[in-house]
Design a protein around this ligand. Structure first.
Ligand code: ZN
Length: 475
């Protein structure tokens, strides 16, 4: 084992373990430093002192149901059955508990250190640590770190203290905790510092965050919105519990391009209006749009584009183009270009086709025709047929106000060729661009009121149904 100098033994280093990294940043902030590298040895001791004092205060509460029992309760998901929250504390006096908690959180004497290196950073380990001290989350990612014959991981003192500081860098719910992680160090530094500020209050007060904890994905969206700089890496959401009743770890990831797009969309003045429409497009009764958007962002990018298309087409049946259509459509295309990296030529082709269809619909000035087009969306065959029909009409009718064919051969290929894997997505984009162009052209069809009335009539109960449902006997 190499010689470890005194200072080096009191400085957390960033390792490959996401939760250790969150804890390292949290420890740094508690010591008044921006990053773990900036944490001086004396500040390291101060930070560890804060952790111990907070643990002590919680331990003396003894009862998790007490008004100030929140941190004690939350600690069960980090340090189950430790000296801090051991069931036997109920019968112990204050002094006994103080002594036990201090001993638990003290660096072991060098004479007791094992001949082992810290599994995370390689420095001299001060002992082996199990789930009483470290979340040993049940995930393949973290397996195989426990040496044969030992109940835990070999850890050095700073790495161990990072795990003691981890709760401060998490959203504490009392149940599973939520941590946001990224390999973008600047993002980590800012996000964890904000989190530490909040968590420290609740840990000190022993009360829960009144904002609740159910919307885990929105945590990521808020952090992205609050970040000033371009992201250099994606973000991960870690939801974990070290509780005796079951250790869990769930990891959700968002790639850098999408994370950066969401950050820009929430911040850039030019995209703000589109972003508000994006949230509207993801809203459901009883569920805010931000939750739906955040969930989609951790699943498939295509789901976001799909939600935009559905929102934009929702009222086409009535010949109504929403006032926020153009902004949302533009935002949708930025997603396709910046995140999905779709070929620019193909996008141009599809937008050109959308422009032609919109021009034709505007010339017809008919909500009925728009409704007809909208009805083809669910069936590629019908859409194809509709477009071919309009193409023929345009060729045969010299009065047509649309120059050239409605759709070119290349555009047909992009939209309907079974060889084109993304054809279904291209059709969604076609609709997005049609709606965008109709909005730009101020589409207000003459028969709008008529169609709306027709639809309203269709939605009314059929006379037969009314009779069937009434008590009248049939003659
Ligand atoms: Zn270490």
């Amino acid at each position: 084992m190499s010689h470890v100098d005194h200072d080096d033994g009191k400085r957390p280093v960033l390792t490959a373990h996401p939760l250790q990294r969150v804890g390292a940043y949290a420890l740094a902030f508690l010591g008044g430093a921006r990053t773990p590298e900036h944490l001086a040895p004396s500040a390291f001791d101060d930070a560890v002192g804060i952790l111990t004092e907070d643990a002590l205060r919680a331990a003396l509460v003894r009862d998790t149901k007490h008004d100030q029992g929140f941190w004690l309760k939350a600690s069960m998901s980090f340090f189950p059955n430790s000296k801090m929250n051991h069931p036997s504390n109920a019968k112990k006096d204050d002094e006994e508990i103080r002594t036990a908690v201090r001993a638990w959180r003290r660096c072991p004497e060098p004479g007791t250190w094992p001949e082992a290196a810290c599994v995370l950073c390689g420095r001299a380990a001060v002992g082996f640590y199990g789930k009483k001290d470290v979340p040993l989350a049940e995930s393949d990612v973290y397996r195989n770190t426990t040496p044969r014959g030992h109940q835990g991981m070999a850890l050095c003192w700073p790495c161990l203290c990072c795990f003691y500081a981890l709760p401060y860098g998490c959203r504490l719910t009392g149940g599973p905790s939520i941590a946001l992680h990224s390999w973008d160090e600047r993002f980590m530094s800012r996000t964890v510092s904000r989190r530490v500020e909040r968590s420290r209050q609740f840990i000190a007060l022993g009360t829960a965050d009144p904002r609740g904890g159910s919307d885990r994905e929105t945590l990521a969206l808020r952090a992205l919105r609050d970040h000033d700089d371009r992201l250099t890496a994606g973000v991960e959401l870690l939801v974990f519990s070290n509780n005796n009743r079951g250790q869990t770890l769930e990891i959700q990831s968002m790639d850098q391009p999408l994370a950066e797009w969401l950050r820009l969309s929430a911040r850039l003045p030019a995209r703000r209006r589109g972003f508000r429409a994006l949230l509207r497009a993801h809203a459901r009764p009883g569920r805010p749009g931000v939750v739906g958007l955040a969930r989609n962002a951790f699943r498939f990018t295509e789901l976001i584009a799909g939600a935009c298309a559905r929102y934009l087409t929702r009222h086409l049946d009535r010949g109504v183009i929403r006032s926020d259509s153009a902004d949302l459509a533009e935002l949708c295309f930025s997603l396709v270009i910046e995140v999905m990296r779709m070929n620019q030529n193909e996008i141009d082709e599809i937008r050109a086709a959308g422009g032609q269809v919109a021009a034709w619909l505007t010339a017809e000035n008919s909500a009925g025709k728009l409704r007809e087009f909208n009805a083809t969306l669910k069936e590629p065959k019908r859409m194809r047929h509709w477009l071919m029909r309009r193409n023929l009409d345009a060729l045969l009718d010299s009065r047509t106000s649309v120059a050239g064919p409605l759709i070119t051969e290349e555009q047909f290929r992009l939209l309907f060729d079974p060889e084109v894997e993304q054809a279904w997505f291209h059709r969604q984009l076609l609709v997005v661009s049609v709606v965008q162009r109709l909005h730009e052209q101020g589409f207000r069809p003459a028969d709008r009121a008529e169609i709306a009335a027709e639809l309203a009539a269709e939605e009314q109960d059929q006379p037969e149904d009314l009779v069937f449902a009434s008590d009248e006997k049939e003659s």
